[in-house]
Design a protein around this ligand. Structure first.
Ligand code: GAP
Length: 452
């Protein structure tokens, strides 16, 4: 059988829209750049990605707990974290067509200071990718945080920010988290939630958006152990992508940061090979004592930990395992896409999701509408108590199988007239397309076994 992988993003964007994974944001009003909405299948897929992450990083580790911090925080948090002063992109405008671009993206190099970037753009004579002219403004640093106002009295006194990363809640709540959970250093805190960045460059579908979800885990440890822990979390990230989400090993790689963020002592990106090239989906960051140290200095509240064994007090070092829920969901979608030529004139599109992330686990398909609805409803009701289940009684059975293949449903259950006699149904496997009869009494167990 000839199998073809995903070749371009347009194919995936069309499938995502047609099948209800992802729609352009505010489409009927002409859209809003770099915003997208998740449809019925997309919300299931992304929820499954987030659930797998939580299981791996929080639930299955007895030295881990979770939290859910607010999007809005005291603005001083962002002063202490360095985001007010340093969280910016180098932007330049094309004077001819008025489009805005990131200088580091134009150069494909984020390691240069601004003056060097300007010289390099001039030397290489990089034209505007939109209109093709060379007519740039100077580069300016543009802060990525979205501002909003609280209250109505004096806006200048009430500027607050939409958080650009989830991580800061774990830091500002460090003492509450440690005391209430009675965990000893080293321990970790996971969090999944929205973050916002005023990105101006084109997004490559959901890869770069202005509103996105992060899954971030902060590990509070001792300075002496921190490089060993950094390496451990690098391996854990890769293990998570491969074993829990089914991302193919040859589509994953690490790239060390050459230009470290303001907070990082060491940092590496985990990248996935998308049709448009390698793109960062997560990162492991050695944040040192930067965050807790700065919050201690700015808030004047003690951020030290008292080691009960050595009686020593210290500000813990942080290793961060950070993952983008939307980028990873996009990677899972791209990774799953195959076109399979199953006969000379017959090609099927199939999303070969790992069952744990598949939006629907099983589809109930009555062979005919007439006389089978009651039994099929019964089967749906039985299965849907255990698994995310869909129901389809339109079109031919062949077409319905293909529809389920295209949305990655691992199993189809067909009810036919014999079912009414022998209480057996047909299970059809997405990947092998093999079919077998099973007793209704064993159906839940059979599906559960197949998904495991
Ligand atoms: N707390 C560290 C931090 O925020 P980051 O590398 O800036 O680090 C972490 O972001 C992850 O968040 C990235 O690896 C990526 O998956 C995701 N992410 C960042 N910016 C994004 C954007 N504009 N759109 C979608 N996902 C984004």
């Amino acid at each position: 059988m000839k199998t073809t992988e995903l070749k371009n993003m347009e194919t995936l964007i069309a499938l995502a829209k047609n099948r209800g994974f992802i729609f352009p944001g505010s489409e009927i009003y002409g859209g809003l750049a770099n915003t997208w909405d998740y449809g019925p299948l997309g919300v299931e897929l992304k929820n499954n990605v987030k659930r797998e992450w939580w299981k791996y990083f929080v639930q299955e580790d007895r030295n881990s707990v979770g939290m859910d911090g607010g999007i809005l925080m005291n603005p001083n948090v962002w002063v202490a974290s360095g985001h007010v002063g340093g969280f910016s992109d180098p932007l330049m405008d094309c004077k001819s067509c008025k489009t805005r671009h990131r200088a580091d993206h134009l150069l494909n190099d984020d390691s240069l200071p601004i003056e060097e970037m300007e010289k390099a753009i001039l030397k290489k004579k990089i034209n505007c990718p939109h209109c093709g002219k060379y007519d740039w403004t100077a580069i300016r640093q543009f802060n990525l945080m979205f501002k909003t106002e609280r209250g109505v009295v004096d806006a200048s006194l009430n500027t607050i920010y939409l958080r650009p990363e989830t991580a800061q809640s774990q830091f500002v709540q460090f003492q509450n988290l440690q005391r209430s959970s009675r965990l000893k250093v080293p321990f970790g805190v996971g969090q999944v939630g929205k973050a916002f960045r005023n990105e101006v460059t084109p997004g490559n579908f959901t890869f770069r958006t202005i509103e996105f979800e992060q899954m971030e885990y902060q590990y509070f440890t001792q300075a002496n152990d921190s490089m060993k822990d950094y390496e451990m979390f690098k391996s854990r990230a890769m293990d998570f992508y491969k074993t829990r989400l089914g991302l193919l090993p040859d589509r994953l790689r690490f790239t060390d940061h050459t230009n470290l963020s303001h907070y990082a002592k060491a940092a590496v990106d985990a990248e996935f090979k998308f049709p448009f090239g390698w793109g960062e989906i997560g990162g492991t960051h050695h944040r040192g004592t930067f965050d807790l140290g700065n919050h201690q200095e700015f808030s004047k509240k003690n951020m030290e930990y008292l080691d009960p064994t050595s009686n020593e007090k210290f500000v813990p070092t942080v290793i961060e395992s950070s993952h983008g829920a939307d980028r990873i969901t996009l990677a899972v979608l791209a990774n799953a896409y195959y076109e399979e030529q199953i006969a000379e004139d017959d090609t099927r599109v199939v999303l070969r999701f790992k069952p744990s992330v598949a939006p629907y686990k099983v589809a109930v398909l009555p062979l005919q509408k007439k006389g089978l609805t009651e039994k099929s409803d019964e089967v749906f009701s039985m299965l849907s108590k255990h698994f995310m289940t869909t129901y389809d009684d339109t079109a031919s059975i062949g077409k319905r199988y293909r529809r389920q293949d295209e949305i990655g449903t691992p199993f189809c259950v067909t009810i036919d007239y014999e079912t009414l006699e022998d209480n057996c149904v047909t299970i059809r496997d997405r990947d092998s397309m093999q079919q077998r009869r099973v007793k209704l009494d064993n159906l839940v167990a059979e599906i559960a076994k197949g998904l495991a």
